[in-house]
Design a protein around this ligand. Structure first.
Ligand code: ZN
Length: 100
């Protein structure tokens, strides 16, 4: 699910309010690209299994435009629960048109 331009703006503002050093830890450049969607990290209740529709951590991904180093930032910690829950709700209702 793509992020709306308003969501992308709010994510950028949340990051700019919290991040003081934008230098990539691998290459030292500071040109990052926000992925156009949510990255879900699956929480496993039983090791070795993956439950479809199970619990996840919802993250925004920033990728270094120079070396590809990718950072995952938790959307809840950033105070953007409404964005990650909207994305999750839309994913659960694939036939529902986008509300943009
Ligand atoms: Zn880099």
């Amino acid at each position: 699910m793509a992020l709306s331009s308003d969501d992308q703006k709010r994510i950028s503002e949340a990051l700019e309010a919290r991040v003081s050093n934008w230098d990539c830890s691998l290459c030292g450049e500071s040109d990052w690209t926000l992925a156009d969607g949510i990255v879900a990290i699956v929480l496993q209740d039983t090791p070795g299994t993956v439950a479809l529709g199970g619990r996840t951590l919802a993250n925004f991904a920033l990728t270094c435009s120079n070396c590809g180093n990718t950072l995952l930032l938790n959307g809840i910690v950033l105070g953007l629960r409404d964005i990650v829950e909207k994305e999750k709700k839309l994913e659960e209702e694939p036939g529902k048109p986008e509300e943009r």
